[in-house]
Design a protein around this ligand. Structure first.
Ligand SMILES: [Zn+2]
Length: 351
C-alpha cells in the first residue's frame, strides 16, 4: 500500500448518523452530503465523533440557510425543548443502526471505547467511530440511562445542542452576538458533569452558552473540549469561543476542533457558498497562535453544515492539509492537528 501523504485525520464532529438513518449507504460512494466510507478513505479521514442528534419534531426555520437581514445579521429562534422519551427512543434507534453498520462492515468500521482502541484503528486503517450525544435529552435526570448508554459505548456528550434542556442552556444561531446568552447549568447539569468525570465520558462545550461553559470549567476534572467551534474574534457568532474561553481550554490541556461551517468561519458571518477552506486555516492559525498547537484539532461538522465550496466533502481533506502545510505548520504540528491532540485529550479524559 502506498504511504499516505498525511497522517490520518480524526475529526471532532459529524452528523452522518442522521443521514444513515435517512437511508445513506455508508459503504457506497455518494455525491450527497460529506461522509461515506469510500470518501473518508480517499480523503485520509480515519474516523471521528459520530453525533446522535435528535431533530426537533418541527424543523427549525432558517437553518442553515442564508442570512435573513440585508446587513448580514441574523438571529434564528431555538426550537422548543424535546420530550425525554421521544429523544430516548430516537437515540436508541440511532445506536441500533450504528451497531448494525459496525457488524455489516466486517471489521472495516469499529466503535471505539478506549484511547488505545482509537490509536490502534488510526494505525491499522480501521475506521473509528466514537459515540457522541449532541444534546443529552435522551438521558434522564436520575442519570440511570447515562450508565446504560455508557455500557453501550457512549463516550462523549454535548450537554446541549443549543436547544434548552433539563441540564443546561445553549447558544442561539445568531450573528453578531457573544456567547453569554442565558443561565448556567441546572443542578441536573452539574450532577451530569460529575458523573461523566467519574465514568470517563468526554464533555463537549460546543453549543453551550458561556455561563454553562464556566460551570463545566469549574466542576470538571477533565480537559475542556469544544469539538466543533471556532474563534469568536474572527467570526462573531456565539457558537465560537471568546479569547478568554480559548485560554481556559489551554489551561486545562484541552482542544478546539475547528468547524468548517462557512457561517462560523467568515468574518461577516454570511453563509456564502463562495467561501474557501482558506478560512479554516485562518481559524486554526489564530487559535494556534493564541493558545498553542497542542490545543488545535479538526471538527468538520460534516453532514451537519455547509462546507466551503472548494473543500466539498471528506474526500477534499488532503487539500486542507496542503493549505495547513503551506501556512507553515510543520510535520509534527500537522500530526497533532490531524489526530495527535485528540488522542492525547481522550487518553486523559477516558482514563
Ligand atoms: Zn453542532
Amino acid at each position: 500500500m502506498p504511504k499516505a501523504k498525511y497522517p490520518p485525520i480524526f475529526d471532532g464532529h459529524n452528523d452522518t448518523i442522521l443521514e444513515i438513518l435517512r437511508g445513506r449507504n455508508f459503504f457506497e460512494k455518494s455525491d450527497k452530503g460529506h461522509i461515506d466510507l469510500p470518501r473518508a478513505q480517499k480523503g485520509g479521514l480515519g474516523g471521528g465523533f459520530f453525533a446522535v442528534f435528535v431533530p426537533s419534531p418541527r424543523p427549525m426555520a432558517g437553518w442553515p440557510g442564508l442570512n435573513s437581514n440585508p446587513d448580514g445579521s441574523y438571529h434564528i429562534p431555538l426550537p422548543d425543548p424535546l420530550e425525554h422519551r421521544y429523544a430516548r427512543d430516537f437515540a436508541t434507534k440511532a445506536l441500533r443502526k450504528l451497531f448494525a453498520l459496525e457488524t455489516d462492515s466486517k471489521g472495516a468500521v469499529k466503535i471505539v471505547r478506549t484511547a488505545d482502541e482509537l490509536a490502534q484503528c488510526l494505525d491499522d486503517g480501521t475506521f473509528a467511530m466514537i459515540l457522541h450525544f449532541e444534546g443529552v435529552e435522551a438521558i434522564d435526570t436520575n442519570l440511570d440511562s447515562l450508565h446504560v448508554f455508557y455500557q453501550a459505548g457512549l463516550r462523549s456528550v454535548g450537554i446541549t445542542w443549543s436547544r434548552p434542556n433539563a441540564f443546561g442552556y445553549g447558544v442561539p444561531f445568531a450573528f453578531p452576538l457573544g456567547p453569554d446568552t442565558g443561565p448556567g447549568l441546572t443542578d441536573a447539569g452539574k450532577a451530569l458533569v460529575k458523573e461523566c468525570n467519574q465514568l470517563g465520558i468526554m464533555i463537549d462545550l460546543s453549543h453551550l452558552n458561556e455561563k454553562g461553559f464556566w460551570d463545566v470549567a469549574e466542576l470538571s476534572n477533565a480537559p475542556l473540549v469544544a469539538t466543533h467551534s471556532n474563534a469568536h474574534a474572527l467570526a462573531a457568532t456565539p457558537r465560537n469561543l471568546t479569547d478568554k474561553q480559548l485560554d481556559a481550554v489551554k489551561e486545562s490541556g484541552g482542544i478546539v476542533g475547528i468547524n468548517y461551517h462557512i457561517g462560523f468561519l467568515r468574518k461577516d458571518g454570511r453563509s456564502d457558498q463562495e467561501t474557501s477552506y482558506a478560512e479554516i486555516v485562518r481559524h486554526a492559525a489564530y487559535i494556534a497562535d493564541r493558545i498553542g498547537i497542542d490545543h488545535v484539532g479538526l471538527g468538520s461538522d460534516f453532514d451537519g453544515a455547509t462546507m466551503p465550496q472548494d473543500l466539498k466533502d471528506a474526500a477534499g481533506l488532503p487539500k486542507l492539509m496542503d493549505a495547513l502545510k503551506e501556512h507553515g505548520f510543520d510535520k509534527k504540528a500537522l500530526k497533532k492537528i490531524a489526530h495527535g491532540n485528540w488522542v492525547r485529550v481522550l487518553k486523559k479524559t477516558w482514563r
